[in-house]
Design a protein around this ligand. Structure first.
Ligand code: G1P
Length: 289
């Protein structure tokens, strides 16, 4: 039987340079999409997929993330004494959501390195990686879709989506052969291929299920694209020892780490809301664009 995936790693130590100046004194993971920080969407997706232990990789200046998932004694006391039960529930739910651990990535040495620093916390078991910047709206949570494949195949699984050829250089891209409905067996992969050099149009999106052998592979991975240890290069090493699958997930993905993607995600999420959605829709249709 394949061991159950119990833990999800959230790399959150990045500097957020794509979002300056707001990220100068504030973690990008805490920017709100409507009224919830970006990272909470990812955490809720992990929970909805059946993964309740969250490991967040932080760095300097990321205290707000820890406070967000912690108990806020003063705020709860105040809300309770004023009879604001709805708000109290909302605030309490956040801290009750997860079992959370934090580990520091002391230097910004790349995504692969961020995953490597969780080795002691993850230990010798399969785990998920969620890049919270990639906000994915889908009926069946994207991570759940990957876990279904993992439970069937017992090996690492990556989320992929088709992107236009001019965008492949922004992503890890796989070379793969079809292996079923929305499923591929990965043959090779490359991080941010130069224009015209991508092996396919299937780009890796920020959801992974990885076997624990990834840690040894990452430890042996030399810095690659932009001098950082790339997760893609680590998984490529893993490929020489065991199969890796890719799942072309169902759902809509927004790159909330990018200004335009962030705006699109905000609009879509606001439209889906029961409270502000109807008024917001009317407002948007009244705009003379
Ligand atoms: C990271 C990964 C890349 C992946 C992308 C998905 O890149 O290195 O392989 O395609 O996330 O969002 P980043 O966006 O951090 O540059």
């Amino acid at each position: 039987m394949t061991p159950r995936v119990r833990k999800a790693v959230f790399p959150a130590a990045g500097l957020g340079t794509r979002f300056l100046p707001v990220t100068k004194s504030q973690p990008k993971e805490m920017l709100p999409l409507v009224d919830k920080p970006i990272i909470q969407y990812g955490v809720e997706e992990a929970l909805a997929s059946g993964v309740e232990n969250i490991i967040i990789v932080t760095g300097r200046g990321k205290q707000a993330i820890e406070d967000h998932f912690d108990v806020s004694f003063e705020l709860e006391y105040l809300l309770e004494s004023r009879g604001k039960t709805k708000e109290l529930d909302l605030v309490r739910r956040v801290s009750e959501l997860i079992h959370v651990s934090y580990v520091r990535q002391k230097e910004a040495l790349g995504l692969g390195h961020a995953v490597l620093v969780t080795k002691e916390l993850v230990s010798d078991e399969p785990f998920a990686v969620v890049l919270a910047d990639d906000v994915i709206l889908s009926e069946r949570p994207c991570l759940r879709q990957l876990l279904d494949v993992y439970e069937q195949k017992g090996c690492s699984v990556l989320a992929v989506m088709e992107v236009p050829p001019e965008e492949t250089s922004r992503y890890g891209v796989i070379a793969a052969e079809p292996a079923g409905d929305r499923l591929y067996r990965v043959k090779d992969m490359v991080e941010k291929p130069a224009a015209g050099k991508a092996p396919s149009n299937l780009a890796i999106i920020g959801r992974y299920v990885l076997t624990p052998e990834i840690f040894a592979a990452l430890a042996a991975t030399k810095p690659g694209s932009i001098g950082e240890i790339q997760l893609t290069d680590g998984i490529r090493q893993l490929l020489s020892q065991q199969p890796v699958y890719a799942c072309r997930f169902e759902g809509e993905r927004y790159d909330a780490g990018d200004r335009l993607g962030f705006l699109k995600a905000t609009v879509e999420l606001a439209l889906q809301r029961d409270d502000v959605g109807p008024d917001f829709r009317r407002y948007l249709s009244s705009l003379k664009l």
